[in-house]
Ligand binder design. Structure first.
Ligand code: STR
Length: 417
């Protein structure tokens, strides 16, 4: 096979690599194949070779290993010009300078204010707003039913809720939320031509830079303004760094929480006995949230880290300059970590809290507590208002979007009673 997305066929592309399907036609099958391919597996990402780590213990170790870095210039295939901005996944890696792309002391400097703003204690202050958004969207669900009583839980509830929350936090005006949702949908979809994806990323950069300039002139009570102001005695972030953090927060805060909420609803509807336990108070929503995070991770593959030295993992060696993906979905299904029934959804599973879906180490998701508050608000409110909620189509008919890195459904049509 030739390699349409890169300047030349990448050297070292091995046979036997697990080809990651851009159309996501069989996510469970692919997850199992990755797990079977070994602790460290070779994968093919649209013609570009990389390693992926498929096990909890080794992923944890690699996520703490300072010889793996986020800086794209450490990637041999990038330095040599084999991978270019024509590759459709480049936007997942070359996303501008931010806490997502920098390591070490500079990473701490870029990240501190964001993680401080998102501690469980600080989040208590915004819980009432999340509850209010949830109630409004539940009203819209009721009002949005078609003549057969069907409404898309994704479009009307699971997608707008995280956008409203991250929008409020960062100070993005409500009037821009639909535009951002549309742009990110196109950004993540493999059906979007690469020139369009690059164009929309450039438009988003302009949008975020304008917002940062506005807040620089007139600070408001939001995290964007906080990011602009210097720490006492510290070095302020540059405009590029604030923009980078802002877009990382909006992209991550929006996209991943959609998956968490929808995947939890889907898991409960396809495991009615467990839904009963929760509704009867025999199990709590936190158990549902943690088991969903483990079993059906919002992020399938996290791109990418690069080896600055040879790194041995088991019997394999990641060579200096090679790329490493973290395959969170396979990691959640690790039998060593979660037992032989790791493929089963079970909210009573003793290891349900011992997943690594938010990552580990210095880059561990700074929004983890926020997404948990969102899900812990949305799920009980949804089933409280609509205890008879059910799918309007057979579960097998729910399709995944053609998104390689995120676990995202096209739509989730439901009946409310
Ligand atoms: C999308 C494009 C962009 O402008 C900035 C970022 C940085 C943060 C990334 C985001 C990306 C893609 C989705 C990510 C997010 C961090 C967490 C989220 C990878 C590349 C996850 O899926 C875990």
């Amino acid at each position: 096979m030739n390699c349409p997305h890169t300047a030349a066929a990448p050297a070292g592309r091995s046979t036997g690599a697990v080809v990651i399907d851009p159309m996501v036609q069989d996510l469970d099958g692919e997850t199992a194949r990755l797990r079977d391919a070994g602790v460290l597996a070779r994968i093919d990402l649209l013609g570009v070779p990389a390693w992926t780590v498929t096990r909890h213990a080794e992923a944890r170790q690699l996520l703490l290993d300072q010889r793996l870095v986020k800086d794209i210039d450490a990637w041999e295939l990038w330095r040599s010009g084999v991978v270019t901005r024509a590759w459709p996944l480049i936007g997942m890696i070359d996303a501008g300078r931010s806490m997502f792309t920098v390591d070490g002391a500079e990473h701490r400097r870029l990240r501190t204010k964001t993680s401080q703003a998102l501690t469980p204690r600080r989040l208590e202050a915004i819980r009432p707003a999340i509850e209010k958004f949830t109630e409004e969207l539940l009203d819209q669900l009721e009002a949005g039913r078609d003549e057969n009583g069907v409404v898309d839980l994704k479009a009307v509830f699971a997608q707008p809720l995280p956008m409203k929350v991250v929008g409020m936090l960062m100070g993005v005006d409500e009037s821009q939320h639909a535009m951002l949702s549309r742009q990110y949908k196109a950004f993540f979809s493999m059906l979007t031509p690469q020139d369009e994806r690059l164009a929309l990323l450039a438009e988003l950069d302009v949008f975020y830079a304008e917002l940062v300039r506005e807040r620089t002139a007139r600070p408001a009570d939001d995290l964007t303004s906080a990011l602009i102001l210097a720490e006492e005695g510290g070095e302020p972030l540059t405009e590029e760094e604030v923009v980078g953090n802002l877009k990382a927060m909006v992209a991550a805060g929006h996209e991943t929480t959609i998956g968490l909420v929808l995947n939890a609803v889907r898991a409960l509807l396809s495991h009615p006995d467990q839904l009963r336990m929760v509704l009867d108070g025999e199990a709590d929503w936190d158990a549902v949230i943690e088991e969903t995070l483990r079993w059906d991770t919002p992020t399938t593959h996290l791109l990418m880290r690069f080896a600055t030295e040879d790194i041995t993992v088991g019997d394999e060696v990641i060579r200096e300059g090679e790329g490493v993906v973290i395959s969170y979905r396979a990691i959640g299904r690790d039998i060593e970590q979660h037992g032989p029934d790791a493929d089963a959804f079970d909210i009573t599973r003793p290891t349900r809290n011992r997943h690594m879906t938010f990552g580990h180490g210095p880059h561990i998701c700074p929004g983890a507590a926020l997404s948990r508050v969102e899900a812990a608000t949305a799920l009980p409110a949804l089933f409280g208002r609509f205890p008879g909620l059910r799918l309007a189509v057979p579960d097998e008919e729910i399709t995944k979007l053609p998104v390689m890195t995120q676990n995202d459904m096209a739509a989730f049509p439901v009946l409310l009673d």
